[in-house]
Design a protein. Sequence first.
Length: 172
Amino acid sequence: MTIQLKTSPYWIESAPLPHFGPLDQHEDADVVVIGGGLTGLTAAYLLLSTGRSVVLLERRRAAERDTAHTSAHLTMVTDLPMTDLVKQFGRDHAQATWDAGLASVAQIDEIVRLEQISCNFAWVPGYLHAASEQVSADTEWLREERRLITELGFDASFDSSSSTEREPLQSC
């Protein structure tokens, strides 16, 4: 299946990332990692750091698909709201999902610092806003989302003083 993306990020054409040809020889390794995006590269790095031999396979160019189209942000927050995660999977599994995401970002932060990678990595807050036409309807949902997130041990705050009249929920 071919996925056609409607936009092409600037860095796809401007970044000096290498293109890879087909594997042209037999390779032996303890582990094969498929995909040279942020997840695959992190997995390969961690495996190498434990002394494993690793072959990383990438179809064409590292960081070309999902990683290239993320605008370089990492998050522990899923596309599914916390209230829905809890309803579908229970509190423990919902919390474990966010815990895993937070641990992943922290691991990447540690690698960036350890390897002194010059990439402008920074921890910044994330915001969830009500749609402007639904502020009053979404306010209670945002309050419930914040309550549940903080009950599960994560930082979140509800701020109704937004100058845009929207109700942001901040989650770090």
